[in-house]
Write a protein that binds this ligand. Structure first.
Ligand code: KG4
Ligand code: ZN
Length: 342
């Protein structure tokens, strides 16, 4: 079979995304974000996100058709994120995908959002040889995965036991008086700071914690340490050195993420690391990962920022892999699952 032409729909959080791919070739990548509507709440409000998806779905589909110069009648299959994510938000994308599948007699494929974050890399760098280790870091998730087959065999090695990595960035940014989303702000402000100024804790990296939580992460202790530092400075009547705190916090997060990701590659004898999620855009994380990977002989694949954050192209990319493998389509009563496992 020639490479399948797949339409992908994503609506698990605050981005309405529609992508069209032919195999590993990206043909359309349209995204409408409701992030601005969540700014004043300091985080994603599920009800607001669902309503925004409803409004954005048809215009985003049309934008993707225009980019690709084709429409749903031309595609071989329709893929949609069926989980994990916000239930109400997922329902909008899945309802749209079902309607299109039914109206145009196309096979429907419900796919996993986390696996899609991994699959998207091939639109940029081509197909990779499996297995691979994947590090997914965003506002909603922090996972370390062992990918033996992108469509059928992924093992969750570990994840966060409290806050997601992006959530930690967002919460610390708030403590420092920086706007939401906080990750890009901290990334920017930290460039003028000294990352060694404050010795913040590296959660679950030593002693019994490491034995018990080998591939897991914890960022809430780090967030509390930043809060205590800020309160202490304020009590002492000193201005908070925002750039230094941001840089020291950022290094603590990126040190742990990169250390465990590369260690997972070495211990599982997998010479390939794929990164995804909004936090993968972080400059310091890229620096740490590339430095450690070079020493360990690990190839690193990081998609460009526009493909790292939530989008429909990643769903289409994974859908194409599922179709290529001849896997049966999902039923038209495909349910959503907010905590769908990989
Ligand atoms: O993948 P994404 O767009 O949405 C989901 O959460 O699924 O990721 C958004 C998260 C936010 O927490 C944001 O603060 C963080 O990614 N982020 C960053 C950077 N850019 C986005 N965190 C650190 N450094 C960045 N440059
Ligand atoms: Zn995501």
């Amino acid at each position: 079979m020639s490479e399948p032409l797949v339409l992908g729909i994503e609506s698990s959080c605050d981005e309405t995304g529609v992508g069209i791919v032919r195999g590993t070739t990206l043909l359309a990548h349209a995204v409408a974000s409701s992030v601005e509507e969540h700014v004043r709440f300091g985080g994603v409000v599920p009800e607001v996100a669902s309503r925004a998806h409803l409004e954005a779905m048809v215009p985003t589909l049309e934008q993707a058709y225009e980019q690709a110069g084709l429409d749903v009648r031309d595609v071989d299959a329709i893929a949609v994120t069926s989980g994990p994510g916000l239930t109400g938000a997922l329902l909008v994308g899945v309802a749209a995908a079902k309607a299109l599948a039914l109206a145009h007699d196309k096979p429907l494929y419900g796919v996993n959002h986390l696996a899609a974050h991994v699959a998207v890399d091939q639109l940029e760098h081509g197909r990779y040889t499996e297995p691979a280790i994947a590090l997914l870091v965003s506002g909603g998730h922090t996972e370390l995965l062992l990918v033996n087959d992108i469509a059928t065999d992924i093992t969750l090695l570990g994840g966060t036991i409290d806050d997601a990595a992006g959530e930690a960035f967002d919460k610390v940014a708030r403590l420092l008086g920086l706007p939401y989303p906080g990750g890009p702000e901290i990334d920017r402000v930290a460039r003028d700071g000294d990352p060694t100024a404050i010795a913040f804790p590296r959660g679950l990296t030593t002693g019994r914690d490491l034995d018990r939580y080998r591939w897991d992460f914890s960022f809430s202790g780090l967030k509390s340490a930043v809060a205590r530092h800020v309160q202490h400075e304020q009590r002492m009547g000193r201005p908070v050195a925002v750039a230094d705190v941001a840089a020291s916090f950022q290094d603590a997060v990126c040190d742990v993420l990169s250390r465990k990701a590369i260690k997972a590659c070495v211990d599982h004898d997998v010479p390939r690391l794929i990164m995804g999620g909004g936090v993968a855009a972080n400059g310091r994380l890229r620096h740490f990962v590339l430095e450690r990977a070079a020493k360990a002989g690990v190839e690193v694949r990081i998609p460009p920022p526009s493909l790292c954050t939530d989008n429909g192209a990643m769903v289409a990319a994974l859908g194409a892999e599922v179709v290529r493998r001849g896997i049966a389509p999902s039923p038209l009563d495909l349910p959503v699952d907010s905590s769908l496992p990989v």
